[in-house]
Design a protein around this ligand. Structure first.
Ligand SMILES: Cc1ncc(COP(=O)(O)O)c(C=O)c1O
Length: 380
C-alpha cells in the first residue's frame, strides 16, 4: 500500500521540536506559549463540581447554553456589542478548531486567502486542505500590515483575509484607522474576514482591542475567534469560540458538527461560571501580563538582546544580531544546548523570511521562572 501524502512538505511543528529538545537538554522552556502556573482554584473547583454533577455527556453542538449566554454578556460588557447567543456564537475545541471551521466554511478550491507572515502555523495547512491558495504577505518591519500590498494582492479570486490581533509572535495590535483602510478594500467585494483574537484580553499600556466584528460595517462578513485557553490559563482544555453573523454561523456549524460536534460539557460549564462570577479576572488579565512583560523586559534589558515593542499577547520578540550571526533556528538550538534556554525561531512562520535575527520568548511564566531565565541570559 502506498499512501500519497496530502502535505508532502509539511513536517512536525516547531513547537514540538523545540519542546522535545528543551526536555532533552533540561532547558528552561520559554518557547511554546503556555503558562507554567495554575489556573484559578475557582475554575478547577467548578470543573470538578460539574463533572461530579453529571456534565459528562455530549454538550449541545453549538455550545452549552450557559457558556453561550456568558459569552454574549461578556461582549455586551466589554465591547457594547449585542450578539445573539443562539445564532451567532459557537463553542469550539480551541481556537484551532474554530479557525479550521471558518476557513472550511468559506474557502472553495482555487479561492485565494490573504495571510500575513509571520503567521500562526495552522492557517496555511487549513487553507491548502480546502484547496485554497494562500497569498502570503510579509508584515513590515514593525509588524504592521502593509495595506498598499494588500490592495495590490486583492483579486477576483480573493475569498478571505485572515487578521490576527494581538499578533502572535510580535504582540502588535490592529488600529482603528486600519479598519477604514480595510473597509475601502473589501466593501464592494464578497471577501470574508477571519479575525483571530485569541489574545484579545492581553493588551498593554492602556491600548485597546480593535476587532472588525465590533465595527458594524464588517459585522456580516467577519468570523471573530477567541480562546479561553489564553484567557483562563488553561491551554490544555482547548475551549474556544467563534462569533459571526447568523448566515456565516450556519455555514461554520456545518463544518463544526462533523469535526468535533461538541466540546467537553464540564469544561464549558466551568468556564461559564468563571465568566459569570469572576469576570474581574478577565478585566485584570492585561495588568497581570503587563507586569510579567515588564519584569521580563527588565531582566533582559542589560543583555545583548534588543527588545522589540510588545503591545499585547504573552510573547516578546528579541533581536539577537549583537550576539550571533547564525540563522534563528540554529541560534535557538545553541540557546538550548549551550545555555539551557528555549525560545522559538520566527522564520518558520514565514514563506519568505526577511533578513532579520529575531526569536520569540513566552513570558507567561511564574516570576521565578523568568528570574531563572535572567541568570542564563547573563551568561550569554
Ligand atoms: C494566534 C493564535 N491563534 C490560535 C491559537 C490556538 O488557540 P487554541 O489553543 O485555543 O486552539 C493560538 C495558540 O497558540 C495562537 O497563538
Amino acid at each position: 500500500m502506498k499512501l500519497q501524502s496530502k502535505f508532502p512538505s509539511l513536517g512536525t511543528t516547531i513547537f514540538s521540536k523545540i519542546s522535545t529538545m528543551a526536555n532533552q537538554y533540561n532547558a528552561l522552556n520559554l518557547g511554546q506559549g503556555f503558562p507554567d502556573f495554575s489556573p484559578s482554584p475557582y475554575l478547577l473547583e467548578k470543573a470538578h463540581a460539574h463533572t461530579q454533577a453529571g456534565a459528562n455527556q455530549y454538550a449541545p453542538m453549538s455550545g452549552a447554553a450557559p457558556l453561550r449566554c456568558a459569552i454574549q454578556s461578556l461582549h455586551r460588557d466589554f465591547y457594547q456589542a449585542e450578539i445573539d447567543a443562539d445564532q451567532e456564537i459557537t463553542v469550539t475545541s480551541g481556537a484551532t478548531e474554530a479557525i479550521f471551521c471558518a476557513i472550511s466554511a468559506v474557502v472553495h478550491p482555487g479561492d485565494e486567502v490573504i495571510v500575513f507572515d509571520p503567521s500562526y502555523d495552522s492557517y496555511i495547512p487549513n487553507i491548502e486542505l480546502n484547496g485554497g491558495v494562500p497569498v502570503r504577505i510579509n508584515l513590515n518591519e514593525d509588524f504592521e500590515i502593509p495595506w498598499g500590498k494588500v490592495k495590490e494582492s486583492i483579486s477576483a479570486k480573493t475569498r478571505c483575509i485572515i487578521i490576527n490581533s494581538p499578533h502572535n509572535p510580535s504582540g502588535a495590535l490592529l488600529k482603528t484607522e486600519e479598519l477604514d483602510l480595510l473597509w475601502d478594500m473589501v466593501k464592494d467585494t464578497n471577501i470574508v474576514i477571519i479575525s483571530d483574537e485569541v489574545y484579545q484580553h492581553l493588551i498593554f499600556d492602556n491600548k485597546t482591542h480593535v476587532s472588525p466584528f465590533n465595527d458594524e460595517r464588517f459585522r456580516d462578513r467577519t468570523f471573530a475567534i477567541s480562546s479561553f485557553g489564553k484567557t483562563f490559563h488553561v491551554t490544555g482544555w482547548k475551549v474556544g469560540y467563534c462569533v459571526a453573523a447568523p448566515n456565516l454561523t450556519q455555514e461554520f456549524r456545518k463544518v463544526h458538527q462533523y469535526i468535533t460536534y461538541c466540546t467537553p460539557a464540564n469544561l464549558q460549564l466551568a468556564i461559564a461560571d468563571m465568566l459569570d462570577n469572576k469576570r474581574d479576572e478577565v478585566r485584570g488579565l492585561s495588568a497581570f501580563y503587563q507586569q510579567k512583560r515588564d519584569l521580563f523586559q527588565d531582566l533582559i534589558k542589560d543583555s545583548k538582546f534588543k527588545l522589540l515593542p510588545c503591545s499585547g499577547s504573552y510573547f516578546q520578540l528579541v533581536d539577537y544580531s549583537e550576539l550571533d550571526d547564525c540563522d534563528d533556528l540554529e541560534f535557538c538550538e545553541k540557546l538550548i544546548k549551550e545555555h539551557g534556554l528555549a525560545a522559538i525561531p520566527i522564520s518558520v512562520f514565514y514563506d519568505t523570511p526577511p533578513a532579520q535575527k529575531v526569536i520569540r520568548f513566552c513570558f507567561a511564566k511564574e516570576d521565578e521562572t523568568l528570574l531563572q531565565a535572567k541568570e542564563k541570559l547573563a551568561k550569554l
